[in-house]
Design a protein around this ligand. Structure first.
Ligand code: MN
Length: 148
């Protein structure tokens, strides 16, 4: 099954993303700042990166620059995960090499759609998610999404 690296400095958001992803059968690894994210990419070789923009040490744009400068990582799918909702920020994100964009608070369906779009399922039909658990998590994410 595909492995997803969550790079996000907010522990509550990390935990909610982990639960949503694990409910859909993904393997999850985590990093809590930009430098740690680059380290974890080397260590764990994820299939996809969920990258928060506002993070300490190195922000999401800095991480993205390092990733695309590295020939071995040039094709790694990266989704921006951010509360920045303004049109200019969205354009800046999509012009910085990201493969897509998820707004906070995370929406379980948008997350699933983007993962399906970017990851080719190689191990047969995906496990069907537990719908009630997923909507419950979605609600919690909404509540936790205030702030950065
Ligand atoms: Mn953040």
């Amino acid at each position: 099954m595909s492995k997803v690296l969550i790079a996000e400095d907010n522990a509550v958001n990390r935990e909610l993303l982990r639960e949503l992803l694990e409910a859909r059968g993904y393997t999850v690894v985590e990093a809590c700042d930009g430098q740690a994210a680059l380290h974890m990419i080397e260590q764990t070789q994820p299939d996809l990166l969920l990258l928060d923009i506002g993070m300490p040490v190195m922000d999401g744009f800095g991480v993205m620059r390092k990733i695309r400068e590295n020939p071995r990582l040039a094709t790694l799918p990266v989704l921006a995960f951010t509360a920045y909702a303004m049109q200019g920020d969205r354009e800046k994100i999509l012009n910085s090499g990201f493969n897509g964009y998820l707004s906070k608070p995370v929406n379980a369906r948008s997350l699933a759609q983007e993962l399906d779009r970017l990851l080719i399922k190689q191990e047969g039909p995906s496990t069907s998610p537990d719908q009630s658990r997923e909507s419950q998590l979605d609600t919690r994410t909404r509540a936790a999404g205030k702030g950065k």
